[in-house]
Design a protein around this ligand. Structure first.
Ligand code: AVJ
Length: 321
């Protein structure tokens, strides 16, 4: 059922993206089972500093983070949007369970496989934990979560997932988050910070070709799920970083003039030689922008948890109006 809904949404978004000028595909569709696996490879490569930095924040500051969660709260629901493999969150979950705190963990992810694996590993590793996993798109599941109330919420959106959103989407997302949160609820959002452009570029244009494979898998997914006939050899990966806007943009570039047929759309798409498909935005922030975002959406910044390099921040906010 769920799968069918996601599939028709994939078809509609693909039609919209490949008909647009310039062409684009939506980065949320990277995460089919194969793409989630490739993203694991990305996270493990040394160039992708984001995961290491956020892991360091959690490993070194978990007690302070939990103390900050608990300030003014007794029990709470810990909701995580885009939980993935939950590697970072498990550090917190262990400490929370060790402190015998009353809370329930609600991980939400777009990949059912990632979700099932997370639930399985949590049952083995932290058997005392109460878990209620949900599969789907954040915006959709967030609306459903509006039903849960009465109990205080701490909502996690880690890993710089917010970097994938355009300015407009960031405001839409934070608006929804703010509506979902009640007075006193907390959110912790992971933002990747502006830093040397060289370091940022290497994280998204890596020598192991994991990023390239990640992008090409989107086309392969369209072949698998929509009966498209993309020849992956006919596309090359290109990444750019603009230190002024903080935007990393990923593209696939058509190496030749070609027609691609997508069976389930009953449509052919023409690619001129060197025509681009915009694949992903990964935005980098600064603290001033983060503080303005919090304020504009009714939150007070409680604390910025940063790593020792100042590359990444997990910013904890409280809903105040
Ligand atoms: C999962 C969205 C945080 O933008 O850094 C990694 C995805 N794309 N390399 C990011 C990604 C290419 C990642 N996020």
């Amino acid at each position: 059922m769920e799968q069918k809904i996601l599939l028709s949404e994939l078809a509609a978004d693909t039609l919209r993206g490949l008909s647009a000028k310039p062409k684009f595909l939506l980065s949320k569709y990277f995460y089919d089972d194969i793409g989630s696996g490739i993203f694991q490879n990305i996270m493990q490569m040394p160039e992708y500093y984001l995961t290491d930095c956020e892991l360091e924040i959690f490993a070194h500051q978990k007690e302070q983070i939990i103390d900050a969660f608990l300030k003014d709260l007794l029990g709470f629901e810990l909701i995580e949007l885009g939980s993935g493999d939950g590697m970072k969150t498990k550090i917190l979950l262990n400490s929370l369970v060790n402190r015998a705190l009353s809370f329930k963990y609600i991980p939400i992810d777009i990949s059912r496989k990632a979700n099932n694996e997370l639930v399985g590993s949590l049952a083995r590793e932290i058997p005392l934990l109460k878990v209620n996993a949900q599969t789907g798109d954040f915006f959709r599941v967030m609306k459903q979560l509006n039903g849960f109330s009465g109990i205080r919420k701490v909502i996690l959106f880690l890993g710089s997932n917010i970097g994938n959103f355009s300015n407009e989407e960031v405001n839409l997302f934070l608006g929804q988050l703010s509506e979902l949160a009640h007075y006193g609820d907390k959110v912790m959002i992971g933002f990747d910070l502006k830093k040397s452009p060289q370091i940022i570029l290497k994280a998204y244009d890596d020598p192991h070709n994991h990023t390239r494979n990640f992008n090409l898998n989107h086309l392969a997914r369209l072949n698998r799920e929509l009966g498209a006939d993309f020849n992956l050899d006919n596309f090359e990966q290109h990444t750019e970083y603009n230190p002024q806007t903080g935007e990393v943009k990923s593209f696939l570039v058509s190496k030749k003039d070609q027609l691609v047929h997508v069976e389930s759309l009953e449509e052919r798409f023409h690619f001129k030689q060197w025509e681009t498909i915009f694949m992903e935005l990964s935005r980098k922030f600064d603290l001033e922008t983060i503080e303005t975002l919090a304020e504009n959406h009714g939150f007070r910044v409680e604390k910025h948890f940063t790593d020792s390099w100042n590359y990444f921040v997990d910013s904890l906010w409280t809903k105040i109006r």
